[in-house]
Design a protein around this ligand. Structure first.
Ligand SMILES: Nc1ncnc2c1ncn2[C@@H]1O[C@H](COP(=O)(O)OP(=O)(O)OP(=O)(O)O)[C@@H](O)[C@H]1O
Length: 287
């Protein structure tokens, strides 16, 4: 399912002294089956943008199309959009409440009014998709699991609705580096096997760079950059100007470029850049 964001604007408390322009004429196309990382400093508009993908907010201007359907049109039922676009909030495990993992994951499909067999099938599939063993966890209380596992259960709850687009607000928040990497791997593999379109909000470019196809950089309610990770990182100065930490690899490459004529940052992928840096460090050690 492709997403077309057209001149999307959002003003909170419009016309009051507390007015705040959260989105300012954002236009972007997210092609079907792509994995997008959405980055930006605090208050840049990321959460506001993703809430529009799921019709949780009404635009002040512009709209969003899902496969050419204007999701804000009067005759469109927001419920049908929310089935297609699954939204995983920050710290989704805080919303777990059932006594077993299986019941929690079944909550969404049960509300859709699906038959018992279909619900059971979806629950099992969703639990396995997030890399948990169904038989081991199905009857456990979600609260017996580790933080990372609880988060996987919460994501499984959204997957059991079989959305065509998965939107996640900082799914790695509060996890240690290994937990962050594990969750991102699960999401990447979901995206690859199910060809699902993914929009993932993150504070850290370094974390998501190797997983996403494209990065959207938001700054003060505007879309500042929208390109592949390599092309986004090549705009190091712009990223620094808008207050985003440039990944260490890019930073090192830029510094080395100043002194080492062999380095041409734009000619490398991130993995190649990493290898080059290791080689350069060895060359310097041997010299
Ligand atoms: N409910 C609200 N009422 C009024 N202003 C709001 C509301 N929610 C967000 N804002 C303002 O809108 C702007 C964009 O906020 P938003 O939460 O979308 O940014 P964000 O990039 O997701 O930030 P963070 O990374 O901190 O979550 C900010 O200036 C914020 O203060």
């Amino acid at each position: 399912m492709s997403i077309d964001i057209k001149n999307l604007s959002h003003i909170y408390s419009e016309g009051t002294p507390f007015e705040s322009i959260a989105l300012d004429q954002v236009t972007a196309t997210i092609e079907k089956g792509t994995f997008i990382g959405l980055i930006g400093h605090t208050g840049s508009g990321k959460s506001t943008l993703i809430q529009h993908l799921n019709v949780l907010l009404k635009p002040t201007g512009g709209t969003v199309f899902l496969d050419e359907l204007d999701i804000n049109a009067k005759n469109v039922n927001p419920k049908t959009i929310r089935q297609k676009v699954g939204l995983v909030f920050q710290y989704p495990e805080h919303q777990l409440f059932e006594e077993t993992v299986a019941k929690d994951v079944a909550f969404g499909p049960t509300n859709l009014g699906l038959k018992k067999d279909e619900i059971e099938k979806r629950v099992q599939q969703a639990i396995e998709l997030v890399g948990l063993d169904y038989d081991t966890v199905k009857d456990k209380s979600p609260f017996e699991l580790s933080g990372g596992q609880m988060r996987r259960v919460a994501i499984a709850g959204v997957l059991a609705m079989e959305p065509e687009v998965l939107v996640l607000d900082e799914p790695t928040a509060g996890l240690d580096p290994k937990g962050r990497d594990d969750i991102l791997r699960v999401i990447r593999s979901l995206h690859e096997t199910n060809k699902i379109t993914v929009v993932l909000v993150s504070h850290s470019m370094e974390d998501i760079a190797k997983f996403v196809d494209k990065i959207m950089v938001m700054s003060k309610g505007k879309l500042a950059l929208y390109d592949t990770p390599e092309n986004v990182f090549s705009q190091a100065e712009m990223l620094e100007n808008i207050g985003l930490a440039v990944p260490q690899v890019t930073y090192l490459m830029r510094e080395l470029k100043k002194t080492d004529p062999l380095v041409n940052q734009n000619a490398y992928t991130l993995e190649q850049a990493q290898e080059e840096i290791v080689k350069m460090i060895r060359r310097k050690q041997d010299a």
